[in-house]
Ligand binder design. Sequence first.
Ligand SMILES: Cc1ncc(C[n+]2csc(CCOP(=O)(O)OP(=O)(O)O)c2C)c(N)n1
Ligand code: SF4
Length: 289
Amino acid sequence: MKPKKDLSSHYTQSTPNWCPGCGNYGIWVSLKNALQELKLPAHKVVLVGDIGCSGKLAYWTDYNGFGSLHGRSIPIAEGVKMANSDLTVIVVGGDGGLLGEGLQHFLHACRRNVNIAVILHNNQVYGLTTGQTSPTSDLGYKSSTTPEGAYETPLNPSLLALTAQATFVSAGFAGNTPHLTQIIKSAILHTGFALVDIYQPCVTYNYINTYEYYSKRVYDITTTPYKPDNRFRAMKKSMEIEGGQKFPIGILYQDKSRPSLQDNIQNRVSPLVKQSINNITVKSLFEQD
Ligand SMILES: Cc1ncc(C[n+]2csc(CCOP(=O)(O)OP(=O)(O)O)c2C)c(N)n1
Ligand code: SF4
């Protein structure tokens, strides 16, 4: 008989297995620093991972982690938040999952103003499945799915979120962890839907959008006279990336006045975990016809 394969190390591995130099490391460190600086107790935080290199971040912290399905991390995070609004709920996922298969969830969560933070690891490729073209890949990007170069213009995540009425829209760079830490902290503290769109080099498959590429083009918007209080101005700012020459990082837009979904709902009904279960019986579910 064949000996059983030993999978114990697979489940107990506590350090990431991303490629050396991957931008996910910078995001991992920034998110952990942000949570540490906010002094949030581990049992009060849930990281919901999408599927992909990015989503695996949820395995490698001491906080609660939930491994979801490709494109379905946002609805799962919404469910967690609805069930227990006391939890800090954070989505970690890639441009493929969040803007490809999960685009509808992304847009509706924005307009719903559900109180979660979405950390978008935007490496402009499908990393885990070996570098196929994603919804944010540059025009002309060559991969196994677009051997002649991508014909579709890339989606602009911040502009999409602003169009769908998100109340916190920001961008960061995986190569600038002190700055990214502060942006992630602000996103977590925001009441309502918060997006952090992160320029994340994939050193194995994306030879265009590298650390060098971004280092030359990224700039901190606080070094310019900019106020994040106007949606139209934020849209214009977010469109700077479309020329491929300038990538503003920082808080593009924040609206603190709009109530979150949780604020709206809790006036009428308390979250599931606070409801009494004394009068609930599940006996009938086990009865046969
Ligand atoms: C429904 C479904 N479709 C396709 C896949 C295969 N799949 C797994 S990861 C992945 C791409 C991940 O790319 P992205 O979301 O950008 O994350 P990254 O790996 O780049 O961090 C794909 C297509 C899957 N797991 N589930
Ligand atoms: S394939 Fe790309 S995104 Fe995935 S771990 Fe390697 S460098 Fe990172």
